[in-house]
Design a protein around this ligand. Structure first.
Ligand code: ZN
Length: 271
């Protein structure tokens, strides 16, 4: 699933290619009609052509394309979605669901194995995006993190992944940040000491920046805005490494179940 570094990588990839371009059409492949959540399919097809893309913004894992008429095209990639910029006529990707041709013989292609991703064309993006917690990549302060964790008995990993409290940490980067901070994923969030919160704060920033530096993690379907895989999966310290030796101390990485998801940690380095 694309997490925050992946979505931000796609945003930065697409930015130079699509800003200032106009949509010239909408092609939705048979069976992919449900990708368009709002408005109706007919209205989406009618309204988008002719509109110029004014920028690309990111709110959490939503990509927002402000358009010249004041509306926003919003895309959420969910589990297996990708947004790729291609020349018109370039070979079609597997699971190509939507083509949005632009006025320079290129197009935005939306591909999605599981068809869980969504698009909206709306005036007010908050109707779609809702109220999001602070963004893990944008100037997260130690005090903000403290207030996210304080008083909570739930496992720290679950709290870190709760998108209403903190936006942008999923399974991969929560595991990695907790390893770097030396904190076990099962610890009650409110039990972290001031030092641990400080370390965790630094670790979140470091992990997300590292992942961006490697253009995201491609454990399954993720590709960037030009259809290439990321490289960060080769650099993870604990995620999906259960049974393999910790890079720091050599102890075997363990895997636990945690609220329906798995967590990976080093039983020696993480307290
Ligand atoms: Zn270790």
């Amino acid at each position: 699933m694309p997490e925050l570094p992946e979505v931000e990588t796609i945003r930065l990839d697409l930015l130079p290619h699509v800003v200032g371009r106009r949509f010239t059409g909408v092609e939705i492949m048979p069976g992919a009609e449900k990708v368009v959540a709002l408005p109706s399919l007919e209205e989406f097809r009618r309204a988008l052509p002719g509109l110029r893309i004014e920028g690309i913004e990111r709110r959490g894992k939503y990509l927002l394309f402000p358009l010249a008429d004041g509306r926003y095209l919003i895309v959420h990639l969910r589990m297996t979605g990708a947004l790729i910029h291609r020349r018109v006529g370039a070979p079609a990707e597997s699971y190509l669901r939507v083509r949005l041709p632009l006025d320079d013989k290129t197009e935005l292609r939306y591909t999605d194995l599981r068809k869980l991703g969504m698009m909206w064309l709306v005036v007010d993006p908050t109707l779609v995006v809702g109220k999001l917690g602070p963004d893990a990549l944008e100037a997260l302060q130690p005090t903000t993190l403290r207030s996210v964790l304080d008083g909570r008995r739930a496992p720290v990993k679950a709290v870190l992944m709760d998108q209403t409290r903190l936006v942008g940490l999923g399974n991969i980067y929560a595991d990695e940040a907790l390893f770097l901070a030396g904190v076990r994923p099962t610890r009650p969030a409110g039990s972290l000491t001031a030092d641990e919160v400080e370390r965790l704060h630094g670790a979140i920033g470091e992990v997300l920046r590292d992942a961006m530096g490697h253009r995201g993690s491609s454990f399954s379907d993720y590709v960037d805005g030009e259809g290439r895989e990321g490289m960060h999966q080769l650099h993870v310290k604990v995620y999906r490494r259960s049974g393999e030796p910790c890079h720091v101390c050599g102890t075997a990485i363990e895997r636990i179940r945690l609220g329906g998801r798995s967590g990976h940690f080093c039983p020696h380095c993480q307290k």
